[in-house]
Design a protein around this ligand. Sequence first.
Ligand SMILES: [Zn+2]
Ligand SMILES: [Zn+2]
Ligand SMILES: [Zn+2]
Length: 394
Amino acid sequence: MECEDPEPRAPDKVPPDPPYPNTGTSGVSGANLKRRCVEEPQTPAKKNISNPDLTVPSIQTVYTHPSFVIGAINTYSENDKGPYIVHVSRISPDPAAGTSIRPIKFGQFLSNHKFQNIHREGVKRVGRNKISVQFTSAEDANNFITSPVLALCKYTASIPTFSVTRMGLVRQVPTDLSMEEFATNALLPPGCGNIIKARRLSRKNVEDGKVSWVPTQSVVVTFLGQSLPSKIFLYYTSLPVELYNFPTTQCYACCRYGHTKAACRSKPRCFRCSKEHLGDSCEVTESGASCAHCLGRHFATNRSCPEQERQRSIKVVMAQQSISYVEACAQFPTVSRPYSEIAQPNHSSVRTIYTTPRPRAPLGKSYDKVAHRDLVSTPVSSMPNGCAIIEPGT
Ligand SMILES: [Zn+2]
Ligand SMILES: [Zn+2]
Ligand SMILES: [Zn+2]
């Protein structure tokens, strides 16, 4: 089943971590509930790329665990196995200022301020203004994010939500079941963290030019902790849990992936003809299109574009390996050739191969050039077809 995902996204160069649940510790017992999480910043709903002025009211239902309070932060629990990742950004008064951060400079900062128990190649860049730091223990990571030195030096640190939660997709949840009823009645297998969020997906429906969102039977469930159960139980039935992959985000202004038009810092690029203007003012039809990513004869928003396929693969790897967008991107080579060329069969087997001649040994003084030629040369043929073998009797 194909489901649109109208969940609002934070306007960031890198797609945001899975939605932050509003979480806390009050009134909850159990080791896996010792961590806390932060509330997702509220941002305008994602716009549809085919009509940028259309903001669709979402009717999706969301349940968030009541024991979690707004404003708390993600922390690792003693059950988490790691890697213990912390993300660090430089505090910038203006998000459009293009503040950036260099891994080696931040590593120097860590060293100068005597931060310890960091993996020896644990500082990596995962965004223009985002560094990933890998600690060797949960305690070190938890202590680091509350260090007063960070704020003094204009840094902000947090534990990414994808490091401390897992998201699964549960199908066949009746549409008349509220998300609260679903989450509070679901029974979980041993070792699985509590459900901290349940969100029903909606399907986009266009009728007479009017867009509406129809609830589906698919629910995205966020589990606390680093294990995703293979199934959960509801009303004496078992419901399989699949790994949930975030949908791709494509910018309407520049056609790139991983950010929205509101957060775009690039020159406009037309999704129809790939020239430097916005696509909504362009007359080019799909038959005359030139894709900004692969130069293929389709719009840059076409689902069959190899770049879109690559982006979908990136989302799968992000979910499978619980890593950031930038880290997942590095696992897939970028699409830079025309699709027609990529689709060509590989002709490498008939390519001309140039080899350098093998060096010959120098000729000795006793070498007889004429005698050598007589020995190795092909006998002159007497046959019209050039065959060297003389048949008997001729
Ligand atoms: Zn853009
Ligand atoms: Zn154009
Ligand atoms: Zn393309």
